[in-house]
Ligand binder design. Sequence first.
Ligand SMILES: Nc1nc2c(ncn2[C@@H]2O[C@H](COP(=O)(O)OP(=O)(O)O)[C@@H](O)[C@H]2O)c(=O)[nH]1
Ligand SMILES: [Mg+2]
Length: 318
Amino acid sequence: MVSELASRVLKGDHQALGRAISLVEDGGEEGRRLIRDLYPRTGKAFTVGITGPTGTGKSTLVDKIIEEYRRRGKSVGVLAIDPSSPYSGGALLGDRIRMMDHSLEREVFIRSMASRGDVGGLARAARNTIRLLDAAGMDVVIVETVGAGQTEVQVATAVDATVVVLMPQLGDEVQAFKAGFNEIADMFVVNKADIVNPAKTMFNVASGVQEKDGWRPPVLKTVALKGTGVAALVDALEKFGKFLDEHGLREERMRRRLEAELVEAAFSDFYNETVDRLKRDRQWHQLLGQVSKKELDPETAAGKLVKIIARLDASSNA
Ligand SMILES: Nc1nc2c(ncn2[C@@H]2O[C@H](COP(=O)(O)OP(=O)(O)O)[C@@H](O)[C@H]2O)c(=O)[nH]1
Ligand SMILES: [Mg+2]
């Protein structure tokens, strides 16, 4: 039996969806139950990650991508992961207002999620939020993140297609991220083509792209403010989706992502449970005392700790 909240999510009820996302964001038992109930009903949405340096026009572009998909009769769910950087406090509000244009439409659901210190926890909440949007019947799910850090890599590896958004004249900033972006990009967009001729940037990016699984990431140009090039971008996304399906890559990639997700989730749970149990363990406190009194060195103590943890684990399974 599926919970009432889960069945409302399945019907695409926006209020229920909002509540459900809060629950998976909290990371508690209720959120877990929801995912358990809804997971069998996921897998239909085409999921897209939009990432790149701050200020390249990602939010503006997402707005236009929503419009384009709406024109094509598709429903769209959006998850915006805001940067924790204090410098972008204004952008956060701006993003919300700009994205609000679509929030009232029934076929569009937009949610933002604050980034936080715990990268693993955020990636986990993001993955489960994508599942909820998928279960709610969204045809397309878009996730916006900033940068090329661990979060982006983890979120990028939680979607079908990753778009890296750059702009002309980024210079050193892009150089620093280049390797990371190449690793995750299924296509590149050079936005703000209205400000400076993007040809040089496009050439530079194109000369560095790496073919992955037989797909050569295209380099497109857009003017997000005016919507120029957005239809071509959505065409490229649809083409990539077809490519994945035709080559059995959607399944294969999903399997690879699940492999990473399961290992991460299990280690994270194991870590948290172990820390909790150690707090109550006498031997652990003794060991700590010995190290702080210099009766034992940290390296030897770590070896002993492994044995203490193994014992804790064995006794909990007994
Ligand atoms: N000239 C120009 N400005 C743009 C374009 N796209 C976005 N912007 C502006 O660039 C700024 C940053 O855009 P935003 O979408 O918030 O970037 P994000 O940080 O990547 O999400 C805003 O002031 C936008 O209005 C574009 O194609 N041309
Ligand atoms: Mg943004």
